[in-house]
Design a protein around this ligand. Structure first.
Ligand SMILES: Cc1cc2nc3c(=O)[nH]c(=O)nc-3n(C[C@H](O)[C@H](O)[C@H](O)COP(=O)(O)OP(=O)(O)OC[C@H]3O[C@@H](n4cnc5c(N)ncnc54)[C@H](O)[C@@H]3O)c2cc1C
Length: 565
């Protein structure tokens, strides 16, 4: 088997690596089926696919055992887990079938990449029969024009275009279109979303499937979470990420203003993976191009007591003494913003939010002094849409007929049609991954003699050959008094440190290799290094919000220090 991954070493693993690692399971397949049907609401769904999904979810405990995860944490038996992601069990309690929801995590913490690491371990354990090519995006599927069978894949293997024959099947599992602004415009009508996961999910699977005639479904559906649908962001390697270290309140003398300055959602509303309750339904709110949080001096004083990094926040804040000035600064309409503040104050005084039903105790009238604004960005975790698949994980064409030898799994063309139960994407990865894998591996009739002559000479892949993921690590030069320490327990795998230690003093620590989360790992390493140098390597304070990076750093440091004679 060949796995080709678009991302280079260190960035591989997709959203599965970045995600909270919560895995949906079903404690009753039939009740789970009814629950998912309830969540679809009035949106068309494929009954058989949902049935297959629900049955697969009931097998999750066995799947985890197969992956070597012998003692997963079952949330119904560990209610304290709920505090790490409140409201998941179930996310839609209004359905009478919500009790079918079970959640598992590998460990007692979320967001530790543990499931991804287990999957990776299992793939590499089978390296005699599975090759992994990193930095090798699939670019096109090769379809035999006579039979319509998918006979192979064109792959950009690092810099070389190669054609690979697939005897029994091709599985598209290349994620959604979160990082493709054009698809976001076409499918969601939004110009831009900040994302939280991988930057490599650019909808390639959708394009490849379209080229061979696949039907598409659920393209406008996506999941998100956070401060109602918008938040502060930070630029990481030129990309916009949500900055959770600056989470601002949702109550007080504040509201979220839309592009023209008017409110567009209930700021303290319950948010369910990107949906808010509005007009009788759980809906994805309107997308704004430049929403802002607007607040007054009283609110600012309260924010100052939250222990946030105020220097960082103040850099993102604008202030004005008049509504007109503030409106100009945030490109809103001054009359609309002014009317909105008046209306908000009136609702706060009346104790009723006639606009969005925000709880009266969460509303305080503006104090009439200086006004402040910070720019928010809408963000999403992952999209659900893509090529339509059936219960056998076969990709189907626009007439509902399976495209021979083409399968899909994961969030690409997910069965989640509308409302989404958290943890359901990873549950779907495991469930449809298993179905697709079994069906794609099943021996088939020999491939048709392809009438594409140019394909033949270039089909190059042999199992176990040319595995880019197992290429040897770059050697590290060590001078006098230098030692190399390693840990493979970072959030993205290997962390390697070169330390310099002489005459009883730790004088330098260099990070030689790391694959930690962009924007979190780097600042954490700076702090960890300075803490380690100060204590001469004896104690290192773990960085809050980067616990795994910290423990991998400490392990690698201990490894290096242990080599000092
Ligand atoms: C912050 C965050 C938290 C989340 N928490 C949870 C959670 O706790 N539980 C849950 O169920 N879901 C969660 N999700 C959603 C979930 O992570 C994803 O939906 C799921 O992991 C998708 O898995 P996948 O295998 O389909 O895609 P991914 O894991 O994203 O993998 C797709 C892979 O395809 C590669 N790729 C892209 N294009 C190509 C190409 N042309 N050729 C080859 N490779 C390509 C990408 O590089 C990537 O590695 C979360 C998402 C985020 C961002």
């Amino acid at each position: 088997m060949l796995v080709c991954e678009k991302a280079p070493k260190g960035d591989e693993g997709g959203n599965t690596r970045y995600c909270d690692q919560c895995i949906l399971a079903a404690n009753d397949a039939e009740r789970m089926y009814n629950y998912i049907i309830d969540l679809c609401g009035t949106i068309d769904h494929d009954d058989n696919a949902i049935r297959a999904f629900s049955e697969g979810l009931a097998e999750i405990p066995e799947d985890l055992a197969y992956l070597g995860i012998d003692n997963p944490v079952k949330w119904s038996e560990n209610p304290e887990m709920d505090s790490q992601f409140p409201g998941l069990m179930p996310e839609y309690p209004d359905s009478p079938y919500g009790d079918a929801v079970e959640i598992y995590t590998v460990n007692r913490v979320i967001s530790d990449s543990a499931l991804w690491k287990a999957l990776k371990r299992n793939v590499y354990k089978r390296s005699d029969s599975i090759s992994v090519w990193l930095d090798s995006p699939a670019t096109h599927l090769i379809k035999d024009p006579t039979s319509g069978t998918i006979v192979g894949v064109e792959i950009k293997k690092q810099d070389e275009d190669v054609l690979v024959r697939a005897n029994n099947g091709v599985i598209l599992a290349c994620g959604g279109y979160e990082a493709n602004d054009t698809m976001l415009q076409n499918f969601i009508g939004a110009t831009h979303y900040a994302i939280e996961g991988t930057f490599y999910n650019t909808g390639d699977g959708i394009k490849m499937a379209q080229e061979v005639g696949a039907d598409l479904w659920h393209v406008g559906n996506f999941a998100s979470y956070g401060t109602p649908y918008a938040g502060l962001t930070v630029k990481v390697s030129g990309q916009e990420r949500i900055d959770y270290s600056l989470r601002l309140p949702t109550s007080g003398s504040l509201f979220i203003a839309s592009d023209d300055g008017s409110r567009y959602l209930r700021e303290d509303g319950k948010e369910v993976h990107g949906r808010l309750y509005a007009n009788g339904k759980w809906r994805i709110p309107f997308q704004m191009e430049h929403p802002h949080l607007i607040f007054d001096s009283t609110e600012l004083d309260e924010i100052k007591n939250l222990g946030l990094d105020m220097d960082k926040l103040e850099k993102q804040m604008v202030s004005a003494d008049t509504v007109e000035e503030l409106a100009t600064l945030i490109e809103a309409d001054p009359d609309i913003l002014s009317n909105q503040i008046d209306a908000f104050n009136h609702f706060a005084q009346e104790g009723v939010d006639y606009q969005f039903g925000r709880s009266p105790e969460s509303m305080r009238a503006f104090d009439g002094g200086t006004l402040y604004a910070v720019a928010y960005s809408s963000f999403l975790t992952n999209t659900q849409g893509g090529p339509r698949r059936n219960a056998d994980a076969q990709v189907v064409d626009t007439n509902g007929v399976p495209i021979p030898h083409l399968y899909s799994a994961g969030e690409l063309g997910s069965v989640w049609a509308a409302r989404y139960q958290g943890a359901g994407n990873v549950g779907e990865c495991l469930t449809f991954g298993k179905i697709a894998g079994k069906n794609a591996a099943m021996p088939k009739e020999p491939l048709p003699e392809t009438s594409l002559p140019e394909v033949e000479p270039n089909i190059i892949y042999e199992i176990g050959k040319g595995d880019l993921a197992s290429e040897p690590e770059e050697p590290v030069e060590l001078g006098d008094n230098q030692y190399l320490g390693t840990s493979d327990d970072g959030i993205g795998g290997d962390v390697r440190l070169r330390i310099t230690y002489s005459d009883g003093a730790l004088t330098n620590i260099e990070v030689i290799e790391e694959h930690e989360t962009p924007g979190i790992g780097e600042p954490a390493f700076d702090q960890l290094i300075s803490s380690a140098l100060q204590s001469n390597g004896k104690t290192v304070d773990s960085i809050s919000g980067a616990t795994l990076t910290s423990s991998a750093f400490i392990e690698a440091l201990d490894d290096a220090m242990s080599q000092i004679a």
